[in-house]
Write a protein that binds this ligand. Structure first.
Ligand SMILES: CNc1nc2c(CCNCC3CCCC3)c3nc(N)[nH]c(=O)c3cc2[nH]1
Ligand SMILES: [Zn+2]
Length: 378
């Protein structure tokens, strides 16, 4: 095992990373002010301080450990000072588990019509009221200190795909300078600041980004700039180049990933933490995730199917309701229908990462991966 080396200001401590015999797959324990959590882990996304359609009690019941929220959205509405006055994000949304906030870097570049990026930061138009806004490392870190998450992310630029080598190089070097500025602006003890590795789809830039950020010594590392439309083999190649350069005794968080096939490959390379809007988003248009692929429960084929979505699933939806009932609710635009598909999809991914952890601890991760990929159609 990798003994935990004492690190200053580290509360997202990493210990007990148990390496299984093959490559970098490992099972670990992540220490935060709101508890100690098992990895590999999937983190449900709650963009606007709620995981859409489910309650904190239901999240706890299905085994969620850390959930995500978003600085960009909360900064625009209701404002991060207001959340601070309410006692912080945990109090505001009544969640006593772990919270991780993304710095807003990705959203600025993917949501608001981008105005311009300078060394100072990013100016953009709010997607809510079109007003001109500005985010910089200092503003993003102050906002995240106000929200009070257990883990916060450095302000970065997620390089679009595809991108010219020269642009990727300059942007990655700026993201490293922004990471240093994020570190200097981060003055809240009891909160872990993770840096974010960039480098586009260029192996050499990925290695430079990882090495530069590791020498700045962060308690954990996000891997950004992936799952932005690149082919999966390219994403895996970037992981192969990047993950081995990150300290073994620190958490690695692959941002915005993803589907079960991507999760099992990323765990193989040594990723510990994942987030993705996919399970909650597709649930809202009536698609359920299963170990053999997606099941569009809204389809007419299920009108008289009185079996649950997945007979082996332990979630509230599968334990109590049939495909026919859920299809009926979705067709009737009943809110409870969205709640049931969301509960199932979140449970599916949370349970999937739990199964991967168990396989690693029992040193059978490779066969688990083979069996899963054989059954799962992308
Ligand atoms: C979907 N693919 C993807 N997502 C990325 C994300 C967002 C991760 N998810 C955040 C939650 C979603 C809403 C609330 C918080 C990325 N974020 C940052 N900061 N940098 C990336 O390179 C970055 C890269 C990403 N790629
Ligand atoms: Zn289920």
């Amino acid at each position: 095992t990798c003994a935990f080396a004492g690190q200053k200001k580290v509360l997202a401590a990493y210990e007990e990373a148990v390496k299984c015999g093959y490559s970098g797959a490992r099972a670990g324990r992540l220490h935060t002010p709101h508890g100690v959590f098992d990895t590999p882990m999937f983190m449900p996304v709650g963009t606007q301080a709620t995981v859409k359609a489910v309650s904190p009690r239901e999240l706890k019941e299905m085994g969620a450990q850390i959930i995500l929220s978003n600085t960009y959205h909360l900064y625009l509405r209701p404002g991060t000072e207001l959340v601070a006055e309410a006692g912080g994000l945990h109090r505001f949304m009544d969640w006593d588990g772990g919270i991780l906030t993304d710095s807003g870097g990705f959203q600025v570049f993917s949501l608001g019509p981008l105005r311009k990026i300078t060394e100072e930061g990013a100016a953009f138009r709010s997607h809510i009221d079109g007003s001109t806004q500005f985010l910089s490392p200092e503003i993003a870190i102050k906002a995240q200190m106000n929200l009070g998450a257990d883990i916060i992310m450095a302000f970065d630029e997620c390089i679009p795909y595809p991108a010219e080598y020269q642009y990727a190089k300059l942007s990655t070097e700026r993201t490293t300078r922004w990471a240093e500025r994020s570190q200097k602006a981060h003055t809240r003890s009891g909160q872990a600041l993770f840096a974010i590795v960039q480098g586009g789809m260029y192996q050499d830039l990925r290695r430079v980004s990882a090495n530069d950020l590791v020498s700045l010594d962060f308690p954990g590392y996000g891997i950004g700039g992936l799952s932005v439309g690149e082919p999966k083999p390219v994403m895996y190649e970037m992981l192969e180049q990047t993950v081995p350069l990150l300290p073994e005794n620190k958490p690695r968080y692959l941002m915005g990933v993803g589907t079960p096939d991507c999760l099992v490959e990323a765990v193989r390379y040594g990723i510990d933490m994942f987030d993705c809007v996919f399970p909650t988003r597709v649930a809202r248009n009536g698609t359920a995730m299963t170990k053999s692929g997606r099941l569009v429960v809204k389809n007419a084929a299920y009108a008289k199917d009185f079996l649950p979505i997945d007979e082996n699933c332990g979630c509230y939806a599968c334990q109590n309701f049939s495909r026919a009932y859920i299809r009926h609710l979705l067709k009737a635009d009943e809110i409870f229908g969205l709640r049931l598909t969301t509960i199932h999809n979140l449970y599916f991914l949370l349970d999937f990462t739990k199964k991967m952890r168990q396989a690693i601890l029992e040193d059978r991760f490779l066969s688990f991966r083979e069996e899963f990929l054989a059954q799962y159609c992308k």
